[in-house]
Design a protein around this ligand. Structure first.
Ligand SMILES: Nc1ncnc2c1ncn2[C@@H]1O[C@H](COP(=O)(O)OP(=O)(O)O)[C@@H](O)[C@H]1O
Ligand SMILES: [Mg+2]
Length: 224
């Protein structure tokens, strides 16, 4: 099952999706239509409170739409704003270990750990205690955890909001390199309220007043 989904191109389709939280009359998401059908670096920008985190919760199925249809075929991994709310174990190796959801030999486990750490620029960090990592290194470890769990669609909810600029750029470049590797069918949907991040994406859309705009190249993107 995992192997078959790994080799497929992940996709997500929203058809007229409407959502409001219980007890709230106004729709936070209203007749939202979009598709992500190609591997790549996708970004959604929107102001605080515009419903960005809610959109991700709809994609990964934590909440269900009031109206409309969501179709997806993807092995979803999550990266949240604050890695301290996500990382559970005391060092990098043990954190990666609890994210391996396959029954594989110790040899393969070690190879996988080495490889995903290499993919996120943390080669040699196996034994590093989590508390010695910078915020950006922790974020790259959470990306490695998504990769080692065979995710082919990573949702990142303002992953750089708590980082200084050098760490922000490293995390952005990590996702850019991973999603531009044609040998892998990896999609990343990156949520941000920082407009300066948009140039890293392949496609950008804006969430505003419950609507998601159409996808555009970052150079052509105009926010309203
Ligand atoms: N569990 C919830 N119950 C009720 N209202 C919520 C809940 N989560 C978020 N909201 C409200 O929905 C709106 C959008 O929230 P959110 O999706 O977190 O926006 P963003 O991530 O763009 O800042 C906010 O007004 C927020 O207060
Ligand atoms: Mg949010």
């Amino acid at each position: 099952m995992l192997e078959s989904i790994e080799n497929e191109i992940p996709h997500v389709h929203f058809k007229d999706v409407t959502f409001s939280y219980p007890g709230k009359k106004e729709n936070l998401i209203f007749k939202c239509n979009f598709s992500i059908t190609k591997p790549g670096f996708w970004m959604v920008v929107g102001k605080n409170g515009s419903g960005k985190s809610t959109l991700l919760k709809l994609i990964n199925g934590i909440i269900k739409p009031k109206y409309g249809i969501i179709n997806s075929k993807a092995n979803i991994g999550m990266v949240f704003q604050n890695p301290d709310h996500q990382i559970l174990m005391p060092n990098c190796r043990s954190e990666l270990l609890i994210n391996i959801n396959q029954n594989i030999s110790d040899y393969e486990i070690n190879k996988k750990i080495e490889y995903v750490l290499y993919q996120v620029g943390l080669t040699g960090f196996e034994k590093r205690p989590i508390h010695t990592l910078s915020g950006g290194q922790k974020q790259r470890l959470t990306i490695a955890c998504a990769l080692i769990s065979n995710s082919n669609f990573i949702l990142l909810d303002e992953p750089t909001a708590l980082l200084d600029q050098p760490s922000q750029l490293k995390v952005l470049n990590t996702i850019k390199n991973l999603t531009n590797d044609n040998k892998k069918s990896l999609s990343a949907l990156w949520i941000t309220h920082r407009y300066e991040e948009l140039i890293y994406a392949d496609s950008v859309a804006e969430l505003k007043n419950g609507f998601l705009s159409s996808w555009q190249e970052p150079s052509k993107f105009r926010y309203n």
